[in-house]
Design a binder for this molecule. Structure first.
Ligand code: NAD
Ligand code: 3PG
Length: 525
């Protein structure tokens, strides 16, 4: 039974779903990195929010880990390259808390417009400072949206409902989508010059870090109000403090900080500054949503191989998974066969699907082929890291589909470009389930690729099979299955035999010495 650790506070629905889906679950929150390292080896899955930092050091101790599930959106607390290199799938729940976070941004915008926290503190201190708190209306004001993705677009929708004009800076926003959202797509400088309020909704990347820098803030309208419910580091906190002090910025609300938990900050106690402790996603509704989603996604993956919302692997629905599974086994076996029969670097590998195979999601098939191919070079490869390893090895990967059926109703062909030219193997599924090789380097041959096997290329001549059988018999090697193919009578012939034990180097040397033998190799599947 797979075992999952929930290491951050999560709605109890997550644990309930894991149990219902046959996944054992422990909820242990608040561990130090060292404590987590000591226990992580027991788990197949790790469910987190933003507190647990899934570093390379943690992953190095995670000997059984197959999946990290983020109940939320941001995965900057997960070392994704390190997870991919280890073959660990990383998934998030990209939509479960978007509305809630957008609402928090709107709430902070209102709080800034009317100085609600300061007015509240003053009133409860018995001061009744009615004349001190003069606010501004939102109606007709311009909201500058930096990042117009899931959350940004919900914020835009709510702001338009408040009769604000919305201008958006997002290099990936298409003009059509901007029209659909009812926003004006602008440059960053235009946004800075025009916005009365600026709200940030991008991930933290090299291009967004300090997007509101001292220089950018200097270009804003005097008295602009800034809201950040996305990620600490988008706004330069030192520059923001100076701009609040000078009055260039009329108010700022941060839900997120460069360093979290933010226990001390030069911004604290600055007039017109509001902060919340990373509460963007903290509503009952959002937490139930993300807990259910992450547990279902992780259970799908651990129980049936379905992949949803993975950041380092192609998606594969739980419904698709059973249909694709035999194809992935076929693709992996064909990749492995080519890998075992090819020496030296290859610049290109192609996966060509024909007939029924062409109708399937090709990404998992390609990943499985690459995993099979590369396993002959490294035993740490799996479907998650195979495309990365292939890229690192300079292998160009091609994917071809032909929906028309050929000799078989479904066929997967794996070809590699080698120094000697293009070489390919092809296989089909018998009864839609059983992988079967049907062609090897241009020779028709039908074989199961399973267990230890012997591969022999010889000149087709009478008496050869008898000699080969005798040589194997003399060494006590039992033949399970025997498959034969040839280019033409008297031409090159191929033998694939399944054997009960791997063929020894001595026996291979003897076989190579038999008259007519061109190649003899042991294979393993
Ligand atoms: N405070 C919280 O609790 C909380 C909750 C949920 C999400 N978040 C954070 O909010 C952010 C946005 O989430 P989302 O779901 O909308 O993400 P999203 O991926 O749907 O949208 C991000 C948008 O940013 C845009 N973008 C990327 N680089 C940009 C750049 N250089 N300049 C301008 N735009 C750029 C992208 O094109 C995209 O449209 C994420 O950082 C997420 O982690 C915070
Ligand atoms: O990216 C997110 O989903 C938010 O930052 C929420 O973080 P949390 O799960 O720690 O509240």
């Amino acid at each position: 039974m797979p075992k999952v650790l929930i290491s951050d506070k999560m709605d109890p629905k997550a644990a309930q779903i894991f149990r219902e889906r046959g996944v054992e679950v422990d909820e242990i929150t608040g561990k130090t990195p060292e404590e987590l390292m000591a226990i992580i080896g027991e788990y197949d899955g790790l469910a987190i929010r933003s507190s647990t930092k899934v570093t390379k050091a943690i992953l190095d101790h995670a000997t059984n880990l197959k999946v990290v599930g983020r109940a939320g959106i941001g995965v900057d607390n997960v070392d994704i390259p390190a997870a991919s290199a280890k073959g660990v799938v990383v998934m998030n729940t990209p939509f479960g808390n978007s509305i809630t976070t957008a609402e928090h941004a709107i709430a902070l915008m209102f709080a800034l417009a009317r100085q609600l926290p300061e007015a509240d503190a003053s009133t409860q201190a018995g001061k009744w400072e009615k004349n001190r708190f003069m606010g501004v209306e939102l109606t007709s004001k311009t909201l500058g949206l930096i990042g117009a993705g899931n959350i940004g677009s919900i914020v835009a929708d709510r702001a338009r409902g408040l009769k604000m004009k919305v201008v958006a800076f997002d290099p990936f926003l298409t003009p059509e989508r901007a029209v659909e959202m009812g926003v004006e797509k602008v440059t960053l400088d235009e946004l800075l010059a025009r916005a009365d309020f600026i709200t940030l909704h991008t991930p933290l990347t090299d291009s967004t870090r300090n997007i509101l820098s001292a220089e950018a803030i200097a270009k804003t309208k005097k008295g602009v109000r800034i809201i950040n419910c996305a990620r600490g580091g988008l706004v330069d906190e030192v520059a923001l403090k100076a701009a609040l002090d000078s009055g260039q910025v009329g108010g700022a609300a941060l839900d997120v900080f460069v360093e979290e938990p933010a226990k001390a900050s030069p911004l604290f106690n600055t007039p017109n500054f509001i902060s919340t402790p990373h509460l963007g996603a903290s509503t009952t509704e959002a937490q139930v949503n993300v807990a259910i989603q992450v547990a279902e996604q992780m259970a799908d993956f651990l129980v049936s191989g379905g992949v949803t919302n993975a950041l380092n692997m192609p998606s594969l629905s739980a419904e698709e998974a059973p249909k694709l599974k035999p194809y992935m086994q076929l693709a992996e076996k064909l990749g492995s066969l080519v890998g075992q029969l090819t020496t030296g670097a290859i610049p290109r590998l192609s996966v060509h699907s024909e007939g029924a195979a062409a109708e399937l999601n090709q990404k998992p098939l390609v990943s499985a082929t690459l995993a099979g191919f590369l396993r002959t070079q490294t035993d740490t490869v799996n479907m998650v890291n195979a495309p990365l390893l292939a890229r690192d090895r300079g292998i160009e990967v091609r994917e071809v589909r032909t929906e028309r059926e050929g000799d078989y109703h479904t066929l997967v062909r794996v070809s590699v470009k080698t120094a000697d030219g293009e070489r390919s193997v092809a296989g089909t599924l018998f009864g839609d389930q059983a992988p079967r090789l049907v062609e090897l380097f241009g020779i028709k041959i039908e074989a199961d690729l399973a267990g230890p096997m012997l591969y022999v290329v010889n000149e087709d001549a009478p008496g050869f099979i008898g000699r080969l059988g005798t040589a194997l018999g003399e060494e006590g090697v039992n033949i399970g299955t025997f498959h034969l193919g040839r280019r033409q009578a008297g031409g090159e012939a191929v033998l694939l035999l399944s054997v009960d034990e791997p063929v020894s180097a001595d026996l291979l040397a003897k076989l190579k010495a038999l008259p007519g033998v061109k190649t003899a190799m042991g294979l393993a599947f």
